[in-house]
Every structure is written in C-alpha cells, then in structure tokens.
Design a protein around this ligand. Structure first.
Ligand SMILES: [Zn+2]
Ligand SMILES: [Zn+2]
Length: 282
C-alpha cells in the first residue's frame, strides 16, 4: 500500500532513538513518506533520572534542529516537530504551562510511569525482569491494581488534555501479558478497558495504534481485540511505528491497516498542511 506513508511517533539520539534525527528523515523520504513527525521523549521530573530522554537543557536544540530539517527538506516531505510527553501527575503533564509553551507542531500524551508517593515512580514500560521486581516491591506482586492504576493515570491525562493523541493506549499489556497470558480476556480487565475507551470517546480524543511490537511480539497497542470497540465508539486513530531505528519507520503499519479495516475502522488520521485530516484506509 503506497498510501498512508506517514508516521508521527519517532525517536532519535536526542532521546533513546538509535540514530541522528536526520537519518530518520532521510529514511522517510527514501521510503516515499508524505509526512513525518519527530517526537523525542520529554524531559522527566528530577526524581526519575535513569532514563534516556530529552534533557531539559537540550530542548531548544532539539526544536531548532527539527525546524532546520523542515526547511532543508521542504520540497521533499512535510516534517513536523512533536514531543512524546509523559503524564506523571497533574503537574508534570502535556497540559502544563512549560510543555504548552514549546514551539511544537503537535504533542503526544503518554504514560510510562506510575507515580508512587511524592518522589518515586514505577516504570511500567521496562524489561520484564525489572517490571516483576517492581511489581513485587510496590504492589506485593498483585498485577490487577497496577493495571487499574495505569488506566486511571491515562484517564487523568485524557481529562487534562493538552495533547493531540494518546500514545500506545494499553502499553502495559505487554508486561501484563508476560505475567498472565490470559489477562486481557479477564472480565475485570475488559471492563476497565471499556471504561477507558468510553472516556476517551466522551472527551473527544484521538488514539494511536502503535505498531512498535508487531515484528517482535505480533502485538499492537492497543491490542487488536479492542479495534472493534474503538470503531464502534468512533474514536479517531493514527497509526504510528514508534521507530527508534531509521529502517523501522514503517514496521507493522501496513499489517495494521488490514486489521483495522477488518474490525470496522475505515479511516485513519494524518497530518496534511499542519492539520489532522481523516483519510479512508482503502
Ligand atoms: Zn523510546
Ligand atoms: Zn512511549
């Protein structure tokens, strides 16, 4: 499928991406993309400092570099400057004054951490061994309250707003499924996810279908089992690869369109001349 060659969730070596920003842009042009967005991980609060995210003192350089590339390749591709902004709490979130003041074309709202107490947070997007140790430490090895806390944090983020789309809406399912391969078909889990997507629909937000784990795990975020509900609720979707390597900018996206269409989602959102527009999948 030559159409829908777009991606708005992409990292680079300003955060944990594995190549310079320009390499991703060159890859997008080489693959015939019509538009492309760079979205480094936002700076985090000082008590979460182990992670490869954009440093606060490099934010200006990051935006300047993205804007330079936008100019340089103006005739070849529409480039957009974005940021994947962590919701930690109602202070550190996409809606806050700092993130709203940045010269960005769009913002992604994301939850990778569950705040525990005043100055501590659990990384739910880490490798499974680390996840398991922290699940033991913070939740007495009980996965259910953690999963509920994750979706509740995302709903608080959705309520606060300040972003264009919700990143990887059920990313916690990756580690939750490793812990219990049947977790996503349990009644309480399905009820929680229903409540979550209904809230997103009520608030009029757009969600990402994230294809980053398709090649390695066969998974999309959200899980394909929720595509039908998303279609029924009429939630707009944007299909992104969350690429950390330039050769993976389109990975899993084509497969995703087929599955979305089969589940009754007939269109996706894309940026064109700076505006989100709905484009039919077929
Ligand atoms: Zn990343
Ligand atoms: Zn993310």
């Amino acid at each position: 499928m030559r159409q829908h060659l777009t991606n708005y969730h992409s990292h680079c070596n300003f955060c944990d991406g594995r190549a310079p920003m320009e390499d991703f842009v060159v890859s997008a042009i080489g693959s015939g993309f019509s538009s492309y967005g760079i979205s480094s991980h936002s700076p985090l609060p000082d008590y979460i400092e182990l992670y490869s995210v954009l440093r606060g003192d490099r934010v200006d350089d990051y935006i300047a570099q993205a804007n330079e590339l936008k100019e340089k390749y103006r005739d070849k591709i529409e480039l957009y400057t974005g940021m994947e902004i962590d919701y930690i709490d109602d202070t550190h979130c996409p809606a806050n004054e700092y993130f709203q003041s940045l010269d960005l074309d769009y913002r992604i709202g994301s939850v990778h951490f569950i705040k525990i107490g005043e100055r501590e947070a659990m990384d739910v997007d880490t490798n499974f061994a680390h996840f398991s140790r922290m699940l033991q430490c913070y939740y007495g090895d009980d996965i259910r309250p953690l999963v509920c806390d994750y979706f509740d944090a995302k709903m608080r983020m959705v309520a606060r707003g300040g972003f264009d789309f919700v990143a990887h809406p059920d990313k916690i399912s990756l580690n939750a499924l490793r812990r219990d391969p049947h977790i996503t078909v349990q009644r309480w889990y399905q009820d929680k996810v229903q409540q979550y997507f209904r809230f997103i629909a009520e608030q009029g937000r757009m969600v990402e279908i994230n294809t980053k784990a398709y090649l390695t795990e066969g998974l999309f975020f959200p899980n394909r089992q929720h595509f039908k509900l998303i279609g029924e609720l009429g939630i707009p979707v944007v299909v992104n690869s969350d690429a950390h390597h330039p050769h993976l900018i389109n990975a899993g996206r084509e497969e995703c369109f087929g599955e979305l269409a089969a589940a009754g989602v007939g269109a996706v959102m894309e940026l064109a001349s700076g505006k989100w527009i709905e484009v039919a999948i077929y």
